[in-house]
Ligand binder design. Structure first.
Ligand code: NAD
Ligand code: TDX
Length: 333
């Protein structure tokens, strides 16, 4: 199979490309990535001689048309992905997440190419502590500019499938953790703060709940859906990993042999979603997927070790990321 992977220099995309080279060696991979602040070519260094890398924008209709004409399937990871950035400046989110998805859909429609759309559980909004987990039937109710643009892109995919017969599947996954995640995100931010001797920074009281899944489990589910998913179907991906943010910060501190209360509370995120939780019954029963990383604490310890071992990968991004948080008004409470 000839595969076009958008956003392959980002966190999940780079892990997907590496997993693909190992688990599906007959697949030819072309990566299309704009190398925004979140893209890192070095994430693909271990497989550089096994892939074609194209530096370009998914919203470039001519480039996308040319690339899509030469492949059998597209897996679309590229996005503006950080909620905090979407509050500071929503425009790149509209452009990449909505217009970029439109561009890909027009091309897969023209060449009848199989398309898998990678999305997020945030399209469903948030849950109270007592509500049941999201399912494929949960109504869309996004809270942030990020999640609203991801929801918009999902709706475009559904419309192109119904109206134009595009052979698409969609997946909405919960919070990923693992190697190669940008230091702006919660877990890598706290790990790299601790490596730098800085106390972890918890938004507000830290009672918000996220449903953590290891990035490799997410990507194996994407492959299962690509190969065996029903056209037009949405699959939720999650590994029963619900934890509140305070608990996660305490676990990270413990992984550094530090006092688990040695963190700061900082300014909360406006509109902060309270809880995400995934019911992955459809994925498990229909496609037989099960997560391999059942022990979050062990996966977290491996992730901490990865950041310790790969400082040269994240160091160039650390100071600029922390300056952006200060510029956005983050203050210790
Ligand atoms: P990321 O920010 O780490 O990577 C995004 C990649 O897309 C980067 O390499 C960037 O250079 C590239 N990109 C951005 N704009 C582009 C454009 N216009 N053209 C081409 N490339 C562009 O993101 P991630 O965390 O790896 O997320 C990947 C996908 O998975 C996104 O669609 C995101 O919504 C979804 N998702 C993420 C999570 C999570 O926990 N990180 C959970 C569920 C779903
Ligand atoms: O320094 C921090 N302190 C903190 O308490 C940061 C960066 C975050 N947080 C909180 C906010 C969230 O409740 O931690 C939680 C996780 O934050 P993020 O890593 O920013 O992730 P989230 O906003 O939950 O969104 C993520 O999961 C769904 C990804 O960034 C999205 O791309 C994905 O769609």
């Amino acid at each position: 199979m000839r595969l076009l992977v958008t956003g392959g220099a980002g966190f999940i995309g780079a892990n997907f490309v590496k997993q693909t080279i190992v688990d599906h060696p007959d697949t030819t991979v072309t990566v299309l990535d704009a190398l925004t602040y979140a893209g890192n070519r070095a994430s693909l260094d271990p497989v550089a001689d096994r892939i074609d890398f194209v530096h370009g924008d998914i919203a470039d209709l001519d480039l996308v048309d040319e690339l899509v004409s030469g492949v059998d399937a597209v897996v679309h990871f590229a996005a503006e992905s950080h909620n905090d950035n979407s509050l500071a400046d929503p425009w790149p989110f509209v452009q990449t997440n909505i217009v970029g998805t439109y561009s890909l859909l027009q091309a897969v429609r023209r060449y009848d190419v199989r398309y898998h759309h990678v999305s997020t559980d945030e399209v469903y909004g948030d849950l109270t502590p007592d509500e049941p987990a999201f399912t494929e039937q949960t109504p869309y109710n996004p809270s942030s500019p990020y999640s609203a643009t991801k929801a918009s892109s999902d709706l475009l995919v559904r419309a192109w499938t119904r109206s134009f017969g595009v052979r698409a599947t969609l997946s909405n996954c919960s919070n990923n953790y693992g190697p190669y995640q940008h230091v702006e995100k919660f877990i890598p931010r706290q790990i790299t703060n601790l490596i730098d001797g800085v106390r972890p920074r918890l938004y507000g009281a830290g009672h918000q709940v996220r449903d953590w899944i290891h990035v490799d489990d997410h990507n194996r589910a994407v492959w299962d859906i690509l190969e065996r998913g029903r056209i037009g179907q949405t699959y939720l991906i999650g590994a029963k990993g619900e934890l509140d943010n305070k608990t996660v910060v305490r676990m990270i501190l413990e992984a550094f042999d530090r006092d688990p209360d040695d963190f700061d509370h900082v300014t909360d995120r406006p509109g902060h979603d309270q809880r995400y939780a995934i019911d992955a019954t459809l994925l498990r029963t229909e496609l037989g997927w099960t997560p391999r990383y059942a022990d979050f604490r062990a996966g977290l310890a491996a992730t901490v070790q990865w950041y310790r071992d790969n400082e040269s990968w994240w160091r160039p991004y650390k100071a600029i990321t922390e300056r952006a948080y200060v510029a956005a008004g983050e203050q210790t409470l």
